[in-house]
Design a protein around this ligand. Structure first.
Ligand SMILES: NC(=O)c1ccc[n+]([C@@H]2O[C@H](COP(=O)([O-])OP(=O)(O)OC[C@H]3O[C@@H](n4cnc5c(N)ncnc54)[C@H](O)[C@@H]3O)[C@@H](O)[C@H]2O)c1
Length: 255
């Protein structure tokens, strides 16, 4: 394993499960000093257990509810105390709620937008002053193929991910002169908590469903490691010519 993150300080949200956990373990294995943040403390414990013994002293966990401004302020302060500074922010925290759009409660809509879009904004807002005070700062945000294809029953989720896309593009240009790179990762169906907990309406019309999986491996879901390797490339110096863009990793689902 290359060690492209030696001396780099990294914060990953959603690091207690799935893609965020996979990214945290990968960047740790490449030498990062890393804060794994999540609203779920049981998930964070599993991330620590999954980390290699040799990586654990560079790993610290912090509970953050990214949708809550006070929790973000407190969690950011705790993360900074451990890290001392920050080079890379990965916003992988996310939720999905499915419903017929005309039946979706406003509270549920707000919850999805609150975590996926406002949560990404709140974390970026907290971290930006520290990020741009350092060399080669990087923000990696998580969009989805749901923002590019048409996914019925997922209006809130799709809209939140479209918002993340636009947010990332704004950040990329606004802070380009301070050296910041901001990139969207666009996964297709990956085997994680979100896909195992997919709660489509019981009468969902499957003939309307977009491809949730790609073509690779006979249409199987991808693995968090498939995303983690891409994030590691993007956030390392090898990604130095990439900003204000998307990388779709979906097994060809949208091709
Ligand atoms: N799995 C897929 O198929 C897929 C596809 C496209 C995009 N994504 C995106 O990838 C990211 C990672 O999701 P995943 O698939 O690993 O799902 P996951 O459910 O396995 O992990 C999401 C993590 O986010 C955490 N989280 C939820 N709400 C939070 C909050 N308010 N504050 C902090 N943490 C919170 C959860 O506790 C969980 O640990 C998400 O943004 C998701 O939308 C996933």
């Amino acid at each position: 394993m290359e060690r492209r993150f030696e001396g780099r300080r990294v914060l990953v949200t959603g690091a207690g499960s799935g893609i965020g956990q996979g990214v945290a373990l990968r960047l740790l294995a490449e030498g990062a000093t890393l804060v794994a943040a999540d609203v779920a403390e049981t998930g964070l414990k599993q991330t620590v257990e999954a980390a290699a013994e040799a990586d654990r002293e560079r790993l610290h966990t912090v509970r953050i509810d990214v949708s809550d401004p006070d929790s973000v302020s407190e969690g950011w302060a705790a993360a900074l105390e451990f890290l001392g500074s920050l080079n890379v922010l990965v916003n992988a925290a996310g939720i999905m709620r499915c419903a017929h759009t005309h039946e979706m409660a406003f509270e549920e809509w707000n919850q999805v937008i609150g975590v996926n879009l406002s949560g990404t904004f709140l974390m970026c807002r907290a971290a930006l002053p520290t990020l741009i005070a350092n060399d080669h700062p990087v923000i990696v945000n998580f969009s989805s193929t749901a923002a590019f294809g048409s996914n019925p029953y997922m209006a809130a989720y799709s809209a939140s991910k479209g918002g993340v896309n636009a947010l990332t593009h704004s950040l990329a240009l606004e802070y380009v002169k301070q050296g910041l790179r901001a990139v969207n990762i666009v996964p297709g169906g990956i085997n994680t908590g979100i896909t195992s907990g997919l709660n489509l309406p019981p009468d969902a019309d499957w003939s309307l469903m977009a491809r949730l999986t790609g073509w690779i491996n006979g249409g199987a879901l991808g693995d968090p490691k498939d995303i983690a390797g891409v994030v590691a490339m993007v956030a390392s110096k090898e990604g130095r010519y990439m900003t204000g863009t998307e990388i779709r990793v979906d097994g060809g689902a949208l091709m």
